[in-house]
Write a protein that binds this ligand. Structure first.
Ligand code: SDX
Length: 403
């Protein structure tokens, strides 16, 4: 088709929508949610308050926040039938694969969310009932994200599922359901509860990253939001994206000690290895989240004790940020470099780390999904074009006449 320009492989620099949700300046290392600097939100806000901000565009009043919190928490329960679904997985199933399937499973019985069942105008004419229906789907997905994650965790251990008591915070009820330290009458430590809330807030959104684009691409066909979120989970699962926090720890374990860092960096320069947790498609100076996570790590280590991989991580970080090879390629630590060390110190299993990225990120995916559903003129299916560079027209050759 005329006038088409290939934006390099992988959307290297392609703007596909206008958005009012998140602003990133990759050169200046700036990240703002609805105009508020991430540093201020991390210091003063909570994950659920920030979720309200990302989804509805304003900081909530006390009453609005209480209502939102109650709605999300009241939707955190999952029907008992779901237990059979979770028990169908093998003991060694990756929890991110379980979570991805679990959201698709939710879509199987929240069919009324599927706009194509009720005409394509459901979410685009903005009438009260459809807005209320959309909000209910949003509450359900945010509320159930922690429960599905906790169920994915416990089913692999063959342990029963836990219903948390009312009155806990969002991260408190998550930690209670996980009870990942297996303590009798487990009471989440306020420091760990707060640290996890900050980490959730920092992971809540990041404009059109691979997984958010996947959610919008999928949602643009008017499929139900649970199926679109499942698609986002599948994209986030990859080691180049949300799987990087797990890959960083595996990398640090393989390096073994600070003394092995120079040899490891040489292997990266020979392109035999990737320096996981470094580099970013947009941030070319620094990822502002990594500084906040680094500070949060010190808070957590006061309670859990420093992770023995920390020395290697600091030696790797200090060497790489000064090394010409990485400086020239504008490779700096990203959100995943330090977060895995916190999750590990908190006692989460390694393969659970991408799940700890997906749970908060459903907020950003839903904020963008809602923005698309309510856009002027209704939803348009996303259908990119290509530039064809294959064979010219040629006639079929019967198999007997082929070489
Ligand atoms: C997230 O998009 C988002 O916003 C994502 C995210 C979010 O919040 O949603 O921020 C979360 O996914 C963070 C990124 C987590 N991934 C990793 O840490 C994996 C390691 N990082 C790389 O795979 C890479 O940096 C990417 C995927 C993150 C970005 O890759 P790009 O933009 O496609 O960069 P590139 O591959 O074109 O690299 C440019 C150069 C290349 O060298 P040359 O061929 O030019 O010589 O830098 C090199 C690359 O080889 N390079 C790396 C490297 N990242 C890039 N070399 C070694 N180690 C790395 N990590």
């Amino acid at each position: 088709p005329k006038g088409l320009r290939v934006s390099d492989k992988g959307f290297l620099n392609t703007a596909v929508i206008q958005s009012q949700i998140t602003y990133i300046d990759g050169d200046a290392g700036i990240l703002r949610y609805r105009g508020y600097p991430i540093e201020q939100l991390a210091l003063h806000s909570t994950h659920l308050e920030t979720a309200y901000l990302l989804i509805y565009g304003t900081l909530p009043s006390e009453k609005q926040l209480r209502q939102f919190d109650n709605e999300v928490m009241s939707h955190s329960y999952v029907h008992a039938d779901a237990e059979n679904f979770f028990r169908s997985f093998r003991y060694d199933a990756h929890p991110m694969a379980i979570l991805t399937s679990a959201f698709a499973y939710l879509g199987s019985y929240y069919g009324e969310a599927n706009p194509s069942l009720q005409g394509q105008k459901l979410f685009t004419n903005g009438d009260r009932s459809s807005l209320a229906n959309m909000d209910r789907q949003i509450f359900r997905i945010i509320g159930k994200a922690t429960t599905l994650a906790a169920m994915a965790y416990r089913v692999r251990q063959g342990r029963e599922f836990v219903i948390p008591p009312a009155g806990l915070s969002y991260t408190g009820q998550f930690l209670y359901q996980m009870d990942h330290l297996g303590q009798e009458n487990y009471k989440p430590s306020p420091v760990l509860e707060k640290a996890l809330d900050v980490l959730f807030l920092l992971h809540a959104d990041h404009e059109l990253n691979a997984s958010c684009t996947t959610v919008l691409q999928t949602g643009s066909s008017l499929v139900d939001p649970y199926s679109a979120i499942a698609a986002g989970c599948a994209s986030l699962y990859g080691p180049l994206h949300g799987g990087a926090n797990e890959a960083v720890i595996r990398m640090l374990i393989s390096i073994g000690s600070p003394g092995n860092v120079p040899a490891f960096l040489e292997s990266v320069k020979r392109r035999e290895k990737v320096l996981s947790g470094f580099g970013h498609r947009v941030y070319k100076t620094s990822d502002p989240r990594s500084f906040i996570i680094r500070k949060t790590a010190d808070e957590v280590f006061k309670v859990t004790g420093k992770d023995e991989l920390m020395e290697t991580a600091m030696a790797l970080h200090d060497a790489a940020i000064k090394d010409e090879y990485f400086v020239k390629r504008q490779l700096a630590p990203n959100v995943d470099f330090w977060s895995g060390l916190i999750y590990r110190a908190m006692g989460f299993p390694l393969d659970f780390f991408p799940v700890l990225f997906a749970v908060p990120r459903v907020v950003g995916w839903l904020a963008h999904w809602r923005q698309m559903m309510l856009q002027e003129g209704g939803v348009k299916i996303w259908r990119p074009r290509q530039v064809y560079v294959g064979s010219a027209k040629r006639d079929y050759v019967p198999i007997g006449n082929r070489p």
